[in-house]
Design a protein around this ligand. Sequence first.
Ligand code: FES
Length: 246
Amino acid sequence: MAERVPTVPITIDGVEMEATAGETVLQCARRHGVDIPSLCFLEGLSPVGGCRLCVVEVAEDLRLRPACATTVTSDMEVTTQSSRLRSYRRSILELLFAEGNHVCAVCVSNGACELQDVAVRCGMDHVRYELQAPRRRVDASHPRYVFDPNRCILCTRCVRVCDEIEGAHVWDVAHRGHGAELVTDLHRPWGESTSCTWCGKCVASCPTGALSHQGSSVGEMRHTPDMIAWLVAARRREWTEREARR
Ligand code: FES
């Protein structure tokens, strides 16, 4: 008989619901159809709480919490929509757009970009900050893929998927603050990487046009981030079946 998973009561936006013990506020909210924007979170990977787009308010706590990295507790009262949250999310998005070169009209991911989608959903229609317009070198040395750091938002999905799922750890974040950048094989061109297995999971997970397939033109790139959760579930099923056969 399947083991019953313990649940805890929780209130999200005034609606009482049951959360599975151990799950995050984001997972519980999404399971119940509550929309919380996110960028760095990807089902199947460990949460890092880096982009801060999923911030929510929890009862009387003045601090905002990242829903993707906050585990539910019994009787937790969560607010996902307020003018304060909307203003923070807009500011975060504007900073992301100002920091890189996110000119959608000439991007391979135009029309299928999570950053673009979330900006529309959060009502971000202009940027109040000075555009940094960096000129970072595009790495097209890999025979199959291209990395455009100008479109990278440092969500680290590629770093985590390569490390946690593929086990190759090709990607990493070098430097700090404004100088932080993604690198392959300790800063060698991607095409010279000896650890890359060409699996493409980093490209599939990318939320923007930073990672794409060679030859993709404007608006042609389609990422498949949902594939990662599917792979993780399949692997878990395989382990469970193997354990049962022992
Ligand atoms: S999605 Fe939660 S911090 Fe990025």
